[in-house]
Design a binder for this molecule. Sequence first.
Ligand SMILES: NC(=O)c1ccc[n+]([C@@H]2O[C@H](COP(=O)([O-])OP(=O)(O)OC[C@H]3O[C@@H](n4cnc5c(N)ncnc54)[C@H](OP(=O)(O)O)[C@@H]3O)[C@@H](O)[C@H]2O)c1
Length: 287
Amino acid sequence: MDYERAKAIVAKAHELGINFFDTAAVYGRGRSEEFLGRAVRELGLRGHVFIATKIPGDWHRRADVFKSVENQRRRLGVDAIDLIQLHWPSCWHNVPICETMKALEDLVERGLVRHIGVSNYPPQLLDAARRCLSKVDVATSQNRYNLLEREADKELLPYLRGAGISLIAWSPLAKGAVTGKYTAENLPPFNDVRRNDPLFQPHNLREAEPLIAEVRRLAGKYGRTPAQIALNWMIRDPAIYPIPGAKTPEQVAENAGAVGWSLSEEDWQRLDRISREVAERISYVTY
Ligand SMILES: NC(=O)c1ccc[n+]([C@@H]2O[C@H](COP(=O)([O-])OP(=O)(O)OC[C@H]3O[C@@H](n4cnc5c(N)ncnc54)[C@H](OP(=O)(O)O)[C@@H]3O)[C@@H](O)[C@H]2O)c1
């Protein structure tokens, strides 16, 4: 994406009252952070927006955490990062979890970071991470959660609710799949990363059809779009923050229209039930 489009998306989001932006060091190898920082600066939004970013799981040694945050503050053009998240666990480097968490706590103490969060951590590891901390707690957990992918319901969400930790839901539109715009016969373009995503394999898109039919039925009933139905279903829980990705200002506007109204209890329950049934039939085994 070119910078001017990214800036137009940020401007539209701000205009509509969206003030939370999520990025990561690995998105475009620093480019996403640079674009967001530049747009926020040029639009004069720093006092109005909350910026969340992430440190990849490969950089969790203490010195690397400090070095990464320094680079990220520079790319974002901020004195302090509002929320720094560990993007995924240190799977391959075996860095002790307390080494990383204490480094983050030190960054908070130094005023270089305001809040800390994790992403893609199982509850057991999140619990261990929290026990390393003595001055602050983990504020957020960012995990995949949408109408077609609901593993977080089973163990993670109950843990987060008990701990008072907010869920930041990534891919809340299942990368567009919940809207029904992609089907087994109408896959994303050949060079699109989603062609390799298990959810976008024809067998899963076929399993998703009953859910998409219900989302579309509700869209017609409420005079909303499928994306708005999918997001409105999610925000019934005030501790869940969906972060839909937008490629155009129009998509931002559409997604912002998910708030300010509610599905009826009956419709929410029915959608939720169909979603649970369909999500269980999605298979990540692709060959
Ligand atoms: N922590 C992690 O490991 C992790 C992983 C993935 C994502 N994330 C975060 O989550 C954010 C969102 O995730 P995501 O982009 O993967 O998935 P998403 O939000 O579920 O889907 C976004 C995609 O859906 C389509 N779309 C957006 N609005 C739409 C609308 N109103 N109607 C129809 N289609 C619409 C767009 O693609 P097309 O127009 O091309 O169809 C867009 O790129 C990311 O930006 C990132 O910040 C985090």
